[in-house]
Design a protein around this ligand. Sequence first.
Ligand code: GLC
Length: 552
Amino acid sequence: MDATREAGLRNVSSVCSIPEMDDFDLTKLLDKPRLTIKRERSFDERSLSEMSISRGLDNLELAYSPGGRSGLDTPGSSTRNSFEPHPMVAEAWEALRRSLVHFRGQPVGTIAAYDHASEEVLNYDQVFVRDFVPSALAFLMNGEPDIVKNFLLKTLQLQGWEKRIDKFRLGEGAMPASFKVLHDPERKTDTIVADFGESAIGRVAPVDSGFWWIILLRAYTKSTGDLSLAETPDCQKGMRLILTLCLSEGFDTFPTLLCADGCSMIDRRMGIYGYPIEIQALFFMALRCSLTMLKHDTEGKEFMERIMKRLHALSFHMRSYFWIDFQQLNDIYRYKTEEYSHTAVNKFNVIPDSIPDWVFDFMPTRGGYFIGNVSPARMDFRWFALGNCVAILSSLATPEQASAIMDLFEARWEELVGEMPIKICYPAIESHEWRIVTGCDPKNTRWSYHNGGSWPVLLWLLTAACIKTGRPQIARRAIELAESRLLKDGWPEYYDGKLGRYIGKQARKYQTWSIAGYLVAKMMLEDPSHSGMISLEDDRQLKPIIKRSYSF
Ligand code: GLC
């Protein structure tokens, strides 16, 4: 992590409010010497000093010590501190190591699931970029960064491939959804095949892969203090190619990214096309991570300037139009329609009759969340776990919004957590709507899989969000629930039912990200400083002026 750069950017924030930022010259400010800025300690920092952990963590903006445990087979959480490890932890480490994939003798990732009982392998024997993230964090937290470095370099190489679907060529920056290592025992060779969407069910390119790659590169840099990887010309170019894809200009009237259905963790038709919260939150986070890693050369500075402008517009848009709480819902309920010109209150011409009944009951008096999607005449009021947690981690959510999201978890615990943390989205869609929205997908029936199923992997995101907002007790409760079943049930991919009580209809067992997600959640709770590699401080320069304009 480049502390100087981060601090440099913070200088910008301290002297510049959002309206002024439109015309400021970033390049001048970036070259200014570092100033020490006094700021409020975050929960992470507070909890650290209060927890008296004997590591050199005085300056959290500097790299964390990797713990020097590389090569050891023992889980860090059982050796580093006085916490009594849960018996599941050792089992989880063993299962995680079993899922390792090697290329020419080097570990380069983990397979999605190691489920021998399942007759259908599909692509679960591949290394998925998004699935590898919790594995990578577990290895980083355990002081084993090499596999993460190998993965980052391998996927970067794959990005360089020419990508075609039929006769169409994909953008240069696209990262694969997954890759597979083919071992030829006779010739003793290893080769790689990658899927950029051309083999995926539905033929959708994963928009989230590139963002996760950038976020992981920052996590690696922050965790190891090794700036040299991010600074290589290859990594700089990889980042710029991803950024080129999402910062290009077109016909957009919004700063959000327009996406196809199935382009993220929810990789099948589930009605998330348009501007899904998951992608917008990851986009925001990846932009902020890039700012800390791009070199200050001519190309880098040019990108930084574009990123700043986009962040500014994106945070305003998301915080104003995607945010919903009791008051906002009431305002939308009373909207007039068919307004013309910039004075319109109902900017997207949302017809109040389209607000689903469930949301009126679901909305607590205290609490709020970023809704699933906003586009002309369409607001998808569903709550999505990943997008809301990443919004907290990236500080896309203001501190008030972040607390409100946690309040919602508490107020709607049964709906969002129930008996297994946590729902991928709420609520499920059914009947006619299910037919239309999913195209009659038999896997995504109500309260199953992507349609309101409960995904243990999301536990790590919830835990990180709890730590960031100073509410670790919420994570503790969720982890206890997971501990009562996960190992016994064989680490399922997802659970079904309104309360998440049943092992998912077609869920894989020994799903790697369920295992790694649990480990990451445990390690972060035990040592909250770990969460620094995956969370970004509130940045004053991005602070909203949630002047919900006079019109919204
Ligand atoms: C499913 C999930 C996807 C995941 C993949 C591998 O397709 O929807 O998010 O990456 O399985 O686990």
